[in-house]
Design a protein around this ligand. Structure first.
Ligand code: G3I
Length: 317
């Protein structure tokens, strides 16, 4: 029967997938649906390939949690997206608390990327090499990386990633670039600049953490503006949250909103796939981050399909 992934593939896409996290993998009902390749043909580690998990102390690499998710994907025959190499959040304290120089932080950064991507060489469809580099006004987000290396941390990270695994697609992943504005313009300019300078960049990830009733109308046109620059695009962290309690009207609007987002990807040739930021309300990050909001996923807390599931199928049709 038609699933979320089979429908995506019928529309010419490479995958439909879900994020997942290690503690959830003890739940057999959860894992059964996550492993249903008719629905999910791709996985992303929600936390376990981030810097604090991978290199908790300088030069000490711990891949066991990430490996567990990769092994599940391989057992199921699913693609993997790597998430992520460089981000200002979920950094171990040795990264944020050291008085670096440009040279010493560049060495620590390149060593991290070389080991992380090298460990998973040949196993990843793509990597989010740089995560969330911009402020809302289009300036670069201030972090240890901009402080000690400057804007050059971005091309350094991308070139190091290319050298570590020439076969994986290199992405920059961002939120609030799904609509026209300073942040999307800054990302467009960054892609143009990197291309001009011969820096490898293959894709832009659109996180798509949306609110019911507020899917941006410019989304499909923005996707096209990026693919016109010669990069592919992907929806990397989709969820559509609502103010609780859930109502029939909100669930119907959520179905429409999922359909709208999926239809935008379907309509853009170089939008390669969609990942939901976990498939079930049971394990969504939303209630923890936005108190009073939730129910953002296409499956409910009992792993039953919501109207949003049909919205995704409609979007691919
Ligand atoms: O691992 C610790 C655990 O030891 C401790 O007992 C527990 C107590 O709070 O916290 C655990 O860490 C949590 C971690 O997830 C792992 O579960 C952090 O508190 C929590 O803040 C962290 O949240 C993650 C968040 O990134 C961090 O910024 C979310 O699960 C994850 O969904 C979210 O994902 C991000 C993407 O990477 C980038 N885009 C935005 C997206 C949503 O914020």
């Amino acid at each position: 029967s038609t699933g979320l992934s089979t429908a995506a593939k019928s529309a010419g896409k490479k995958y439909f997938g879900s994020a997942t996290d290690n503690p959830e993998l003890t739940n057999t009902a959860y894992v059964a649906e996550l492993s249903n390749v008719a629905d999910f043909s791709q996985l992303t580690a929600e936390n376990s390939m981030k810097w604090d998990a991978i290199e908790p102390n300088q030069g000490q690499f711990t891949f066991s949690q990430g490996d567990q998710i990769l092994q599940l994907a391989q057992k199921n025959g699913q693609l993997m997206r790597g998430h992520n190499c460089v981000w200002h959040e979920q950094l171990p304290s040795w990264v944020t608390n050291t008085q670096w120089t440009n040279a010493t932080l560049t060495a620590a950064l390149t060593n991290h990327i070389t080991n992380l991507i090298g460990h998973y060489k040949g196993d990843m469809y793509s990597w989010d090499v740089v995560n969330e580099p911009f402020n809302e006004d289009g300036s670069l987000f201030s972090s240890v990386f901009t402080e000690f290396i400057g804007p050059a941390y971005i091309p350094i990270a991308l070139k190091t990633a290319r050298a570590a695994d020439p076969s994986t697609k290199l992405y920059i992943n961002e939120f609030n670039i799904e609509f026209t504005g300073a942040k999307a313009t800054a990302m467009l300019n960054l892609v143009k600049q990197l291309k001009q300078e011969g820096v490898p960049v293959d894709g832009i990830g659109f996180q798509c953490h949306f609110i019911v009733g507020e899917v941006p109308t410019s989304f499909q046109s923005i996707l096209q503006q990026f693919t016109a620059l010669g990069v592919e695009v992907a929806i990397t962290e989709l969820d559509i949250r609502m103010t609780l309690p859930e109502t029939t009207a909100l669930l119907q609007q959520q179905q429409t909103d999922y359909q709208t987002v999926i239809n935008a990807c379907r309509s853009v040739a170089n939008c390669v796939g969609v990942t939901v930021w976990d498939y079930t309300d049971e394990f969504s990050w939303i209630p923890g981050a936005f108190p009073g909001m939730g129910d953002a996923c296409p499956f409910d807390s009992n792993f039953n399909k919501k109207p949003a599931y049909q919205g995704i199928l409609n979007g691919w049709a």
